[in-house]
Ligand binder design. Structure first.
Ligand code: ZN
Length: 196
């Protein structure tokens, strides 16, 4: 049996995604072995991130500021919006360095099975963005799953009256996740986008 404070640490670590009992133990032992200041820095970083990081008011990407760095960057193409499921996808697309437009993070995909309806996603703010600026193209870049496909078609139909809507050309298998695609595949998918 672990002494209670250690058991609590292991218990908390085990709640993290992808961390089983063995990994939780290993991480806890590692934290105990390191200097006090390392443990404090870790705890502080968790608290800081939790307190300070929210959503960009414009694109809903994770941001410590009301408007994120991407939306604030005047050198980005303001007439192009790429619609993604969540912030991890923004990071993945940014890594390709191919895309110079703005983003819109939906915050999930439509999934009746999980009780996720269009109203719970950031779809309405996306429609509002259409009215605010002259958007020349919206690129749908949602991972190819049944829910992703439903979302792409649903959002695409809503946007078509306002602008040209395209979708990235996925070389990925059904169910393949955008965030796990390598940079070259993603760059090609962007480049090979076609009309929805
Ligand atoms: Zn933003």
């Amino acid at each position: 049996m672990f002494t209670p404070p250690l058991a609590r640490l292991i218990e908390q670590l085990q709640k993290l995604p992808g961390i089983g009992p063995k990994s939780a133990q290993r991480l806890a032992f590692h934290i105990l072995k390191r200097a006090d200041k390392d443990a404090e820095a870790l705890a502080q970083a968790i608290l800081d991130a939790k307190r300070r990081v929210g959503f960009c008011q414009k694109c809903f990407h994770l941001s410590a500021d009301p408007i994120c760095e991407i939306c604030r960057n005047p050198s980005r193409n303001q007439n192009l919006i790429c619609v993604v499921e969540d912030s991890k996808d923004v990071i993945a697309l940014e890594k390709t360095r191919e895309y110079q437009g703005l983003y819109h993070v939906l915050g999930g995909v439509i999934s009746p099975m999980d009780g996720i309806t269009p109203e719970q996603l950031n779809i309405q703010p996306l429609i509002q963005r259409m009215a605010q600026g002259k958007i020349e193209e919206v690129i749908m870049a949602i991972s190819p799953s049944i829910e992703g496909e439903t979302t792409t078609l649903y959002v695409g139909q809503l946007l078509k009256p306002f602008t040209k809507v395209t979708r990235i050309a996925f070389g990925l298998p059904m169910g393949g996740d955008l965030e796990y695609a390598d940079e070259v595949t993603l760059a090609r998918a962007l480049e090979g986008r076609r009309d929805l």
